[in-house]
Design a protein around this ligand. Structure first.
Ligand code: SAH
Ligand code: SF4
Ligand code: F3S
Length: 398
């Protein structure tokens, strides 16, 4: 190592991190910030003042990737003024666009996939020492989730990852290809992390997984998601109140979770949501479409009738609970009848809120081979129709 680089390593280096995408990414960025601070970096809030600019990216829709290409492009001028400026693209898009990014954006210095983020501090040192373009990708192929989630400085609210990846392969979705196969974390690691967060003053925790209802698959211990919720609720000092005390919810910590898949959500889960004081009564249960034909093509593995039954059962069991959902419009083959089925389900089920997305073909996915036969104009129309219906329902629910 040269004298200068040793000297550089003793200086605080300013890092700016911009996060796109879902809660998983927000969580990864929060942890990465802590790791970088531990290594002597300083986090700053503008690329102008930074020595390293990192984009933690999303690939779920093309628009999310286009925004990153646009934002990084605007840094070209800054890099001309400040040639030492280091630029990194990390997260899901680093995996999805691995073959294109350096070609499209030669000003980018490193790529790092979501399962390799613990390596970012070392990558920054290597690039600084003149290593040239660096890629750390494909870590999602490992069965182990790196100890990336621990030892955080969150205050107030925090995310806790209970699993990574996804085995569902919904035909439109890129997540299994960029975050890999489903892996659950052992419950003792999750409980230890929650204990630490609560001790440091965190009052609201969101458990994260692409499909939390299949938690426990592949672990040596015999546990399912409800078993995990019971263990978490039983952490007596979550609230400082003894287990079973009626005041635990009022004075304690609130536990949320995301996301539930309708094929795996069960009455056992709903009863746990009703009975466990620290567990939130909000259920995010993406329906995606109100047409069985579309659900089949999407590989969702449930029918509209089953979904409706689930929501009714949830509402019967968790009296003061809320249900939110996701919907995709303009999926290949979606004709007016299918769309009307979705409109009718949205009107019938009256979600507290719903995210409505326009279908975006994603590389590697099964649906990318289907003809994207709904025009952009028609997708926009359907999107607007559903947004307006849902807006009305949501405002009446408040
Ligand atoms: N694992 C979660 C989140 C997946 S991504 C789940 O299964 O619910 C969040 C939402 O993005 C999905 O629910 C879906 O509605 C939407 N989405 C995913 N891929 C998409 C695509 N190719 N085009 C449009 N919307 C998409
Ligand atoms: Fe994507 Fe489906 Fe997995 Fe959700 S459950 S991450 S939509 S493949
Ligand atoms: Fe999340 Fe987007 Fe990745 S939704 S898992 S950041 S592709």
């Amino acid at each position: 190592m040269s004298k200068e680089s040793k000297a550089y390593k003793n200086l605080p280096k300013k890092v700016y991190i911009r996060t796109f995408g879902c809660q998983m990414n927000e969580h990864d960025s929060a942890r990465l910030k802590d790791l970088l601070v531990e290594r002597g970096h300083v986090i700053c809030d503008s690329p102008e003042f930074a020595d390293t600019v990192i984009f933690n990216t999303c690939s779920v829709r093309k628009h999310a990737e286009d925004r990153v290409y646009g934002k990084v492009g605007t840094l070209a001028k800054l890099k001309l003024k400040k040639p030492g400026l280091m630029i990194g693209i990390i997260g899901c898009m680093a995996e999805a666009q691995r073959d294109v990014i350096f070609r499209k954006l030669p000003i980018v210095d490193f790529l790092c996939g979501p399962a390799d983020l613990d390596k970012v501090p070392d990558i920054i040192d290597k690039v600084h020492d003149g290593a040239g373009h660096i890629m750390y990708l494909g870590g999602y192929k490992s069965k182990i989730i790196p100890e990336f989630s621990k030892d955080r400085r969150d205050r107030g609210r925090a995310y806790v990852k209970i699993m990574e990846g996804c085995d569902n392969f919904c035909s439109y979705c890129i997540v299994p290809y960029v975050r890999g196969r489903e892996r659950s974390r052992p419950s003792k690691d999750i409980l230890e992390e929650i204990r630490k967060l609560v001790k440091s003053g965190v009052k609201e925790i969101t458990l994260l997984g692409q499909n939390v209802n299949s938690y426990g698959k592949g672990l040596k211990e015999k546990i399912n998601f409800v078993g995990l919720l019971i263990k978490i609720d039983n952490l007596a000092h979550l609230s400082g109140e003894p287990a079973g005390s009626p005041d635990r919810w009022a004075c304690g910590v609130k536990i949320n979770f995301l996301t539930s898949h309708p094929k795996d959500a069960s009455q056992e889960l709903f009863r746990a949501m009703r009975d466990l004081k620290s567990i939130s009564k909000d259920l995010h249960l993406p329906i995606q479409s109100g047409s069985d034909k579309m659900l089949k093509r999407m590989n969702r593995r449930y029918t509209v009738a089953k979904y409706k039954k689930l929501v009714k059962s949830f509402r019967g069991i968790v009296k003061n609970g809320s249900v939110t959902s996701d919907v995709i419009v303009g999926f290949p083959g979606e004709v007016e009848i299918d769309f009307n089925d979705t409109v009718n389900v949205i009107k019938e089920l009256r979600f507290n809120s719903a995210y409505i997305f326009k279908y975006s073909p994603r590389p590697l996915t099964k649906a990318s081979k289907f003809k994207d036969d709904v025009s952009l104009q028609e997708k926009e129309r359907r999107h607007k129709v559903l947004l307006n219906i849902q807006k009305e329902i949501s405002s009446n629910k408040r």
